[in-house]
Design a protein. Structure first.
Length: 438
């Protein structure tokens, strides 16, 4: 066996196989089959022809090969091409152990010459399964991920925000805005390209809930005023925040000035929210915030693992597989009539940007599928039927399906559920392995 970069030569008793690996998991086999191999293929071709013809004195398929070669030489010659292609390819697979891409595009074949005296020169082109590197989970370092923690301040703020659902609102029309008022605002950037930042959004004029620069612009203004200014960090903001802050020129339009009478935080108010007392309300809100924090923590954890895998382990993907993923995601987008209508109004540049983004998402998704499968396989992690069914049922329920028979789950839903479960198990394994070391 001889091997250089992307080139490899393998010899068997009857074949010389040159393997040329190309980008995007493509491969080209240049094969020389010796005369003996061609003769064996010819005999098999003649045998297949004999099953299709009738010769007096013989049952179909039982006539001597020599007779078939003599009487049906053109049919045998025609059949030889496909038989030789199949037989040589089978022998190549056995000799090279190349992993052909499952459900990949058709294998292309070309016979440059076929001769009983000189043998045959054959070429095959096809796609391979990606070569996935092994993952070292200890290289993962989730430095920025913090375990969920809910503070009293967050609980009080959540309850305070709930009060607004029961507030008595009084619109102010006879004076300018002052501290303590609530403003309904439109905010947009004035530099090109202009962007709507907020629309019909309520803000409270206070140090706690409005930036200083906004207060300076709106205090003293009245309904329907439009004020232009530049955003900036608060004077007491952390140095890091000041350094990273990007000033924006904006226009603020005051749609309405209001005063709010908020209900008292007492047992009567708590009962309106389904709690028996203020204490029970705080416990309920704390649990809700804790659940939200845990969900955010889990999401951040998984996204950090995904980023680690994508950034650290780069490898080629088959172009046909990637295109299938892009086409699938695009068709999913176009199923939404609103999205489709919006896409049709895009310029060519905007459409290309959308497709570039879709391509990036597809590359990441396909790469994560292969890496997570590698992690699960290497770590011998079990992905059970029950795990996958549970994920599939959850997915269908989220899309409004009820009374689902697990035995009738569509194959595409099951396959997607399997990929999700596999990725989750790989993410958990990598994260947990890292935690053991800390």
């Amino acid at each position: 066996m001889a091997k250089t970069d992307n080139l490899e030569e393998i010899s068997t008793d009857h074949l010389k196989i040159n393997i040329k690996k190309l980008p995007l998991c493509k491969v080209e086999l240049s094969v020389h089959a010796d005369p003996e191999f061609v003769k064996l293929a010819q005999k098999k071709a003649a045998k297949e022809v004999s099953k299709q013809v009738s010769i007096p004195g013989f049952r179909k398929g039982k006539a001597p090969i020599e007779t078939i070669l003599k009487k049906y030489s053109s049919a045998v010659e025609e059949k030889l091409n496909s038989v030789l292609a199949d037989e040589a390819f089978k022998a190549c697979q056995k000799a090279t152990n190349l992993k052909i891409l499952s459900n990949g595009p058709k294998i292309t074949y070309d016979a440059k010459s076929i001769s009983l005296e000189n043998g045959a020169e054959l070429t095959y082109k096809f796609e391979l399964e990606p070569e996935i590197p092994s993952v070292d989970p200890l290289k993962f370092s989730p430095k920025s991920i913090k375990a969920p923690k809910v503070t009293k301040k967050e609980i009080d703020e959540a309850i305070h925000q709930t009060k607004f659902y029961y507030a008595e609102w009084n619109e102010i029309t006879d004076r300018v805005a002052k501290e303590g008022d609530y403003l309904l605002l439109d905010i947009e950037t004035t530099e090109e390209p202009k962007q709507k930042v907020f629309q019909d959004t309520r803000f409270e004029i206070s140090d706690k809930r409005m930036a200083k620069w906004m207060q300076e612009l709106v205090i003293g203004s009245k309904t329907n005023d439009s004020i232009e200014g530049t955003s900036k960090p608060d004077p007491d903001a952390p140095d890091k925040e000041k350094k990273e802050f990007e000033p924006k020129k904006v226009k603020i339009t005051i749609k309405k000035i209001e005063e709010a009478a908020l209900p008292n935080l007492d047992d009567e108010f708590a009962k309106k929210l389904g709690a028996e007392s203020v204490e029970a309300l705080k416990e309920s809100v704390e649990k809700m915030l804790q659940d939200q924090a845990q969900a955010k923590y889990d999401q951040d954890k998984r996204e950090s693992v995904n980023k680690f895998l994508i950034d650290t382990y780069q490898f080629d993907l088959p172009s046909s597989l990637l295109q299938k993923e892009i086409d699938f995601r695009f068709s999913q987008l176009m199923e939404n009539s609103k999205t489709k209508k919006e896409y049709e109004t895009f310029s060519d540049e905007e459409k290309q940007k959308q497709m570039d983004n879709l391509r990036k998402q597809s590359i990441d998704a396909v790469r994560l599928f292969y890496i997570s499968r590698k992690v699960v396989s290497d770590a011998k992690i079990n992905v059970t039927y029950d795990d996958v069914i549970k994920e599939a049922l959850t997915s269908l329920q989220h899309h409004g399906h009820t009374k689902i028979d697990p035995k009738s789950i569509p194959q595409e839903v099951y396959a997607l559920a399997f990929s999700k479960v596999m990725l989750k198990k790989a993410q958990d394994y990598i994260f947990n392995q890292n935690e053991k070391q800390t």
